[in-house]
Design a protein around this ligand. Structure first.
Ligand code: SF4
Length: 455
């Protein structure tokens, strides 16, 4: 019987992307996916430590994986991702049965580890941070019958926002060779992928410089990738406001298949808190960026990240955050409570906010955003749009996909091909999705994309 693997993926899109690479390596190594860790010979946790909660989740999963290995030493259990990087060998004290501890920058060694998994082997602890991210060579094993794919174009972060652990666990910024990125994009398109998202912790600080090679900015990279034949939609995530140049903003008008959606974390609405966070912009700067984006692309959807309860946050600071949310009217927000991360500057700050206050602020903020999101989705009722089919909806007899502005749309019919473009009339706007009626299909050429987007 073929050996099976199970990967528990926690955290951001970068981790989801890394888990695709790990799956592909294991499948190429002769393994097949298992539904549950209990049924697997290889159990991996791809972890996140951006806040206390995901870190605790990782520990409890490692406890479960260790309990599975105790009675059956032939099992292989491992941890990758940011907790592996943050704790390294120390994890063996708490989880002595671990076979693998591998940081995000060491993943290019994973194919070698796969070869050892089914025979006697020592423990592998690999947590160097200066290495280049692995080069994915996507193949049909992980990209069969899919409409969307991700390409990591840069790794790491140099910003050291005072609350953030990412620069310590993902390393310094490193931009990938555009030739590698183009090769990966061409492979994805050949595998039937219609929409590509360029990934990076700070994707808009991408810059490629190499002796004898022309310098390439992120806008330049977008231009290059967007011209690939067969690529219907192009997206990128996550951007930092301080690196959102006018050149990049103008891409939303100039590039036909660049989707009208940007994820632009603002984190707080108070200038005092933004300074303490070390974000490098003011609320006025942020509001001005939003104005410029909407001038260039009036139908652009803007989503963001926000934090409440940063050390020293006063009621007035919090009101400034709510006020910014009312002014921008985001399409949706990821909102979190601040939590101490060991080793960060904010961890050493005084005036920590109590959990109760953090909880009530988060609640009030989420209530406000839910009202805005629902109002904006209801404003789309009666509009026509184009949906890229991603598969069957969880709602029976329906298909699902996204608009170019990244909204989820469910609509009747399950015979729509994955990757097809369907014209849909929006009938109902809900908090997290739109309900529509298919009114025709479109031939998958990029020119068609803007012709009826949200009319
Ligand atoms: S920009 Fe700031 S919040 Fe984002 S990954 Fe870098 S340090 Fe963290």
């Amino acid at each position: 019987m073929r050996r099976r693997f199970y990967i528990q993926t926690m955290g951001c899109q970068m981790n989801v992307h890394d888990s695709e690479f790990l799956s592909q390596c294991l499948i190429q190594g002769g393994y097949v996916p298992a539904e549950r860790p209990e049924d697997a010979d290889v159990v991996l946790a791809n972890t996140c430590v951006v806040r206390a909660k995901p870190e605790q989740k990782a520990y409890s999963f490692l406890g479960r994986a260790s309990a599975l290995k105790a009675p059956d030493p032939s099992k292989f259990i491992g941890i990758v991702g940011c907790l592996a990087q943050m704790k390294g060998e120390l994890l063996l004290k708490r989880f002595p049965l671990l076979d693998l501890i591998m940081g995000p920058r060491e993943l290019s060694r994973f194919p070698e580890v796969v070869k050892q998994m089914d025979r006697p082997h020592g423990k592998t602890v690999a947590t160097r941070l200066e290495l280049a991210p692995p080069c994915h060579a996507p193949d049909h094993t992980c990209f069969h019958n899919k409409a969307t794919g991700y390409i990591s174009v840069m790794e790491g972060c140099n910003n050291f926002c005072t609350y953030c652990i990412v620069p310590y666990v993902r390393g310094r910024e490193i931009s990938r060779d555009p030739d590698q990125i183009m090769a990966e994009a061409i492979r994805l398109i050949a595998l039937g992928i219609k929409e590509i998202t360029l990934l990076g912790q700070n994707v808009n600080s991408y810059v490629w410089e190499a002796p004898g090679r022309q310098r390439l900015s992120f806008s330049g990279l977008l231009q290059q990738v967007s011209q690939l034949k067969g690529l219907l939609r192009l997206r990128f995530v996550t951007s930092h406001p301080k690196d959102l140049s006018d050149e990049l903003i103008s891409c939303f008008a100039a590039i036909e298949n660049l989707c009208p959606h940007i994820h632009l974390p603002f984190q707080a609405g108070s200038n005092r808190i933004l300074r303490l966070m070390g974000r490098g912009y003011t609320r006025e700067d942020y509001l001005h960026l939003v104005q410029k984006l909407r001038k260039v692309r009036p139908d652009i959807a803007i989503t963001s990240d926000v934090m409440v309860g940063f050390p020293g946050e006063t009621d007035q600071d919090f009101q400034d955050t709510l006020d910014l949310i009312r002014q921008v009217r985001f399409d949706s927000l990821f909102s979190f409570k601040y939590s101490d991360r060991k080793g960060t500057a904010a961890d050493q700050m005084g005036n920590k906010i109590d959990e109760l206050t953090k909880g009530s602020r988060l609640h009030a903020l989420q209530d406000l955003q839910k009202r805005i999101t629902l109002e904006k989705n209801k404003e789309l009722e009666g509009r026509k749009t184009v949906v890229l089919v991603e598969g069957k909806s969880k709602r029976g007899n329906q298909s699902t996909g996204r608009t170019a502005s990244h909204k989820v749309v469910n609509f009747p019919g399950i015979s729509w091909e994955i990757g097809a473009l369907v014209k849909v009339l929006i009938e109902k706007g809900f908090l997290n999705s739109l309900q529509g009626k298919p009114i025709g299909s479109l031939s998958p050429v990029k020119e068609n994309l803007r012709s009826i987007e949200m009319k």
